[in-house]
Design a protein around this ligand. Sequence first.
Ligand SMILES: [Zn+2]
Length: 273
Amino acid sequence: MPELPEVETIARQLRRRLVGRRVGAVSVRRADLLPQRPSAFRKAVVGRRILGVGRRGKRLVCELSGASRLVVSLGMTGTLLWQDDPSGPAPPHVGVTFLLEPQGRLHYADPRRFGRLLVLDPLGWKTLDGSLGPEPLDRRLSFRRFYGALSRSRAAVWAWLLDQRHLAGVGNIYANEALYRAGIHPLRPAASLSPREATGLLGALRGVLREAIRAGGSTLRDYRTPRGEPGRFVPLLRVYGRQGLPCALCSTPVLRGVRSGRSYFFCPRCQPS
Ligand SMILES: [Zn+2]
């Protein structure tokens, strides 16, 4: 599932292409991608100008004229693909296409269709925004706030990082990588971290997220940028998906554990429990 670095990459690539364009028409082939009725979705989007393209957590957010927002959750297999030339063939699994003016098409393709496209008015946006924790790369997220929230939790630190109410945008890949870099076992209680460990964790998390953004994200299976390219971060992963392979620091085989149906990865020597 695309996480913060993947969605950030998509937002940056689309921004230059979309901002300033107007939505001329919307073609909906898969209505199940829209929680709203297609007619209401069309009415809310057609004729609007795209004023900005950004991200909140793992969602892509397009600011539209009229103070509404188009919010895209990519689910497991969703991609947003930019098409300059309207005479070219549409990519496979297209569910929704935005025909833009003066030219260009934005396709939302999703073979498994767990993704969603939603238009929110200012109040709806405020509610969604308020339900999410701070952005990990936001400088306004202080160490004090981060450590305070960890120390009040009863969850394991790995589960804490994945909870979008605590931090927005961190998923399983980057939670595992950050814990490895910080030398913290995933199942340590969040509240057991010392201030020094929490500082290390926040720094490791920010570091891995920034590096992944620079690499255009991680493609494990389906994720592609709007240009159709895979991300380049997977060779840089140190524990995620690497069970049985040697730890880069100490050569001990990386272990995989499962809790609540999700896998975590760690080096038993570098990340003692
Ligand atoms: Zn190790």
